[in-house]
Design a protein around this ligand. Sequence first.
Ligand code: DGT
Ligand code: CA
Ligand code: CA
Ligand code: ZN
Length: 582
Amino acid sequence: MNKHEVAHILDEIGTLLSLKGENPFKIRAYQNAARAVENLSEDLQVVVDEERLEEIPGIGKKIALKITALVNTGKLPYFEKLKKSIPPGLLDLLNVPGLGGKKIKALYQKLRIKTKKDLIEACKKGRIARLKGFGQKTQDNILSNIAKIETYGKRVYWWDAEKNAQSILEEIASHKDVSEAEIAGSFRRNLETVGDLDILVSSSHPEKVMEWFVKRPWVEKVLAKGPTKSSVLLKTGLQVDLRVIPKKQFAAALIYFTGSKEHNIRIRTKANILGVTLSEYGLEPLTGARLKKAAQRLTPKVLSTEEAIYKFLGMKFIPPELREDMGEVEAALKKKIPELVEYKDIKGAFHCHTTDSDGHNTLQEMVEAAQKLKWQYIGISDHSKSSFQANGMDEKRLFDQTKRIKKLNGSKKFSTYVFAGLECDILLNGKLDFPDRVLKELDFVIVSVHRSFNLDEKTMTARIIKAIENPYTTMLGHLTGRLLLKRDAYAVNIPKVIDACIANKVIIELNASPMRLDMDWRFWHKASDKGLKCSINPDAHSVAELEYVRAGVNVARKGWLEKKDIFNTLTLAKVLAYLKKR
Ligand code: DGT
Ligand code: CA
Ligand code: CA
Ligand code: ZN
């Protein structure tokens, strides 16, 4: 069992314990251990073999034994027993936003609610509203959240799909009868959520590959099995479609199944103008007058790679993440495809939390982790006092933190420089949570909305623009407050906010948390052309979450952004100069 799978099970144990009403310390121990394992920089198997698990902070003796069992045998009787002791429907209730272990336990004990169906019924009868600790508002929220889950369907975060995708792809690619293997579909296009994984392989023995594929241990259920296409469900609920394609059609099929549908339609039309048809099976001459001329140009080489096919169509290669029919076809015809930002261009990151507010790691741990990532700098921005739910800091705690940051920089203990900042609440009236006198002492200020989401668009837009106009505002945090698959964006006029940021030289963050990815990629291309700068911010609440920057880079690419558009591709010296000037 690899570290992701082990971490997943430890997390699940924490959840199960919370459903049982176990003590919070025990629950937190499992959650911390999950994070420690996920964050491990060396091979988990090696650590287990050398019996060094307990040396890892966050892993105690008891949990170390459980991890060892999981890694060595893939099984854990404790976990199996725990699962059996809880009605299966209760776990499903955890998917309802706003319901945690504690609430679910109360619903079960007091109203015998065991499934989502029970819950809907109880809401409709008004029984939840009457329950102590719940009330009318909670009941309304539960009902609307359940409706939301159904409309969002079974999509998963790109980031979660990725945990399965890479290892599955590698396993399939290493099969001896497989010559090429790629993931296509929305996953390859770096869409923020994916409906299913589409894997394409080329092989001259499709049946053999299919037989083998549906019998993989990670397959939970086979949905369909055919000679060239099969669909399976993974244990995580994600669907994987595998298609086996003859070698000479692979590139055309890869384009077709990468999509998007809208992009495919555009390039197919272009092909028709040239006298050929483009389909998943390749390029073929259209019948009729131009047949001969087109057919002459259709040599096998034209079909050998995606690049060659685009070239045949008179276009530059279009990176998969741009294939959304949002101007990429026109750009490719003019040979003007942007040079998209890459993770290696990133020099550091802002918007990181610590234990000084609601983060899980200390300042030192965060900086040490940034140093391991070879970042030149890290920007610490804990919550401000109005975010009391997130343990926001008052003035005294804020200045205590800035002092410690200065000292840390002075000590030269880490090669990574630390910027002292703040994620400052935008209050209801658009004012910031601290007066200018406090803000001016900081290296940078991110302003974010964390409450009062239910304003009309005009009021919300004016509120946010007022915060942007504060002279100490450096960046705007998670512009719309959306939580993908969970909570819709609040009403706000995004183009107006973009214009206000450009006018006030305020950077907009691309919040790289895989649950947010906010501001949405669909706005970046136009905004950056107008002069908006983007900062790819992990919004990290633990050292492991610094990795979110990778998710942010993916989405920045999808938004056509280049290195020059991204603030945190600047070197430390340039960032220092920029922040000083502001
Ligand atoms: P998803 O899975 O909902 O996140 O989105 P996709 O884009 O992965 O869609 P999926 O899995 O239904 O199909 C994969 C690709 O196959 C899709 O991006 C484009 C191609 N495709 C599927 N159906 C059609 C179709 O009816 N027409 C065209 N032109 N392409 C299609
Ligand atoms: Ca798909
Ligand atoms: Ca599919
Ligand atoms: Zn925030």
